[in-house]
Write a protein that binds this ligand. Structure first.
Ligand code: GLA
Length: 656
């Protein structure tokens, strides 16, 4: 199987989306010259070029792309070639309205933006396959081609009639019979029992709450249909170039796609990442996405897109302050990226993203952003021989599952405040602040290699996953589990007792009497100075726990907020950030997990990759970090003896 290392060959890929079809050809030549000067060694071509290649049905105009591929190759720049199927040309929607997606209210989404294709449309699939076939045939032997990039951020929905037909086929395959579907969906409730397959629909506009099991299956179906679109194009390009890897770029921590399942179908896992430079937890959010992508890739991965400065899709779009682009790029490398790429190389002057930054912005080559682009290119070239291909060491796994996310963000639940992604982020942030490096794992993965496993929340837990957690603890692992876990089975059916009985036995819980969600901003107190937010539970222990921290005051006074039975911890609230960090630090110490480095200042992130120690300073003042021994900083060449000082957004990459 071709791999990312076949493309990187000891380098870190550096570059981004290049959309030269927006520019005259003399600009292309200026581009490649500036790219070389900036250390760019990879560009992504063709992402949205369908109407340029096929301006009228069945035509093919490849001459411009031939010249670009040659130009890149002549300048030593490799090409990540995209299939252009994320934005069909206007003629397609006009001639084939069946290619257009229909939303849950029955409105058709038209051309004029992008991603206006239905994953279920046979016509779309046929036309996408045809252009992919011709693209692959034309460039299979081109020496610039290094990697295939299929489509772009697969994310479309369709609730229309063709999708409905495919949904029924998908359901027949899953359940075999209508009786089994009725049982799985609990259709006895509200007179929803289906007597004929034709009655079964995608979740469309309804008067009141929808059937949650139907919604869950529709989300599974949507992820699977998009995946079919991906694998169809992947198989075409593979036939032409079996030696080249294939990827598609994920959106970061996006709910619409079961990225565990998708990653299994890719040769290279890549992600687009746009933390908000104004968000104090932006760096941690980046770290979570990076840990997740590395874990999906089971090794080095690609940062396919990020912004050199501002994006244009938040209500207020602030640029990255001086040094932040470099810091966050090196953070990605520390956490396993072997590619640092951007949307996009040259900032557009027209179109919907003309205010989105580029590696070469409107300010031109002398602009700050481009000067920083050059500096980063030099930094990456300097460290690449030492870092590319290196593995990241993590003793802790954080569990995440899309199906659990899909059931937990539906209507009609105990609280709207308990967002899966927010809770996952809060727990990961606590581990990040405790300087513990984490992988992210699926609850059914083999966990035996980790000293500690953390479950922020997994509302849906399959039998296999529950058995896996129990076996992990029996085998000597430390498990720390957050509230709302193991509530439903894979059909979204509430487990007897309101929580999986294997988990209750594991943590020493006899009865879960009630959930007590908290109003926004409200807190509950517990022993040990612990203050909880979002949620609390009325738990009756079975007397087997070794340690409890009880709620103090209020309705739950004296009942356990936290239970520890041997190596299994249960936390029935979301502790405030410091308390969660301290609790996890304690659990980690009990599991024999040490922080990456002792005595690290709060603002300094430390990660070990290969034999290297990355120190990343997320603050603006100077900070001193004690590092025992003698090291060489690969970025500066300086020898570091015992202590290194990092300035504003400073980074050191230390080799022994
Ligand atoms: C995504 C897309 C790009 C561009 C950027 C803007 O990542 O893949 O085409 O729209 O967002 O941030």
């Amino acid at each position: 199987m071709p791999r990312l290392s076949d493309v990187t060959r000891g380098r870190i890929l550096y570059g981004g989306d290049w959309n030269p079809e927006q520019w005259p050809e003399e600009t292309w030549r200026q581009d490649v010259r500036l790219m070389r000067e900036a250390g760019v060694n990879s560009v992504t071509l063709g992402v949205f070029s369908w109407s340029r290649i096929e301006p009228r049905p069945g035509e093919r105009h490849f001459g411009w792309l031939d010249r670009l591929m040659d130009l890149a190759h002549d300048h030593g720049i490799g090409v990540v070639l995209a299939t252009p199927t994320a934005s069909p040309p206007p003629w397609m929607g006009r001639l084939h309205p069946d290619t257009l997606p229909v939303d849950a209210d029955g409105h058709t989404e038209l051309w004029g933006g992008r991603q206006h294709f239905s994953h279920s449309s046979a016509t779309y699939r046929r036309l996408a396959a045809a252009i992919t076939e011709d693209l692959a045939a034309r460039y299979a032997a081109h020496p610039a081609l290094t990697l295939w990039h299929i489509n772009n951020e697969y994310c479309t929905h369709d609730h229309g009639d063709e999708a409905a037909a495919r949904f029924r086929t998908w359901l027949r395959h899953r359940y075999g019979s209508l009786d089994a579907l009725n049982t799985a969906w609990g259709t006895a409730f509200w007179s929803q029992t289906y007597g004929d397959w034709e009655e079964v629909l995608p979740p469309r506009r309804t008067h009141y709450l929808k059937n949650p099991a139907q919604v869950l299956d529709f989300r599974r179906f949507t992820s699977d249909m998009l995946l079919e679109c991906f694998t169809a194009e992947r198989d075409i390009v593979r036939r032409h170039t079996p030696h080249l890897p294939v990827t598609t770029n994920f959106m970061p921590l996006w709910s619409g796609q079961d990225a565990w399942r998708w990653a299994e179908e890719e040769d290279v896992v890549s992600v687009d990442l746009y933390p908000d430079p104004d968000d104090p937890s932006g760096a941690q959010h980046g770290a979570l996405v990076q840990d997740m992508t590395r874990s999906q890739a089971r090794g080095p991965w690609m940062l396919m897109e990020q912004a050199a400065g501002a994006v244009n899709w938040r209500p207020v779009n602030r640029p990255k302050p001086r040094g932040l682009n470099r810091l966050w790029s090196l953070q990605a490398v520390a956490r396993g990226a072997d590619a640092v790429c951007y949307f996009q190389w040259r900032q557009s002057r027209q179109g919907a993203e003309k205010y989105h930054s580029g590696m070469l912005g409107h300010a031109g080559p002398d602009g700050r952003a481009h000067q920083e682009t050059r500096r980063l290119g030099a930094d990456l070239a300097r460290i690449a021989p030492h870092v590319a291909g290196g593995a990241v060491a993590a003793d802790v796994a954080v569990l995440h599952d899309w199906h659990a996310w899909w059931v937990s963000d539906q209507e009609g639940r105990p609280s709207r405040e308990t967002g899966h992604a927010e809770i996952l982020g809060a727990w990961h942030r606590a581990l990040w602040r405790a300087h513990l490096t984490t992988d992210v794992a699926h609850p059914e993965h083999d966990l035996t290699g980790y000293r500690m496993v953390v479950v922020p929340t997994l509302h849906l837990l399959t039998d296999r996953a529950a058995d896996n957690l129990v076996a992990y603890v029996r085998g000597g692992g430390t498990l720390v589990c957050g509230f709302g876990t193991g509530v439903v089975d894979e059909d979204d059916r509430v487990r007897p007792g309101g929580m999986d009985e294997r988990l209750r036995a594991l943590f020493g819980i006899r009865i879960l009497h009630e959930w007590w969600p908290l109003e926004p901003g409200a807190t509950v107190e517990a022993e040990g100075g612990l203050r909880g937010t979002l949620w609390s539970e009325e738990l009756e222990p079975d007397g087997t726990a070794d340690e409890t921290l009880a709620y103090r005051g209020g309705e739950l006074d004296g009942l356990p907020a936290v239970l520890r039975k041997g190596r299994a911890w249960y936390v029935s609230t979301l502790p405030e950030p410091d308390a969660l960090r301290d609790l996890l630090t304690r659990a980690a110490a009990g599991a024999g997990v040490r922080p990456v480095l002792d005595g690290l200042p709060e603002a300094v992130e430390a990660v070990r990759r290969g034999g290297l120690l990355f120190l990343l300073h997320h603050g603006r003042g100077d900070v001193a970090v004690d590092v025992p021994g003698i090291h060489r900083d690969l970025l500066t060449g300086a020898t570091v003896t015992g202590r290194v000082t990092l300035g504003r957004y400073g980074v050191a990459v230390l080799a022994p």
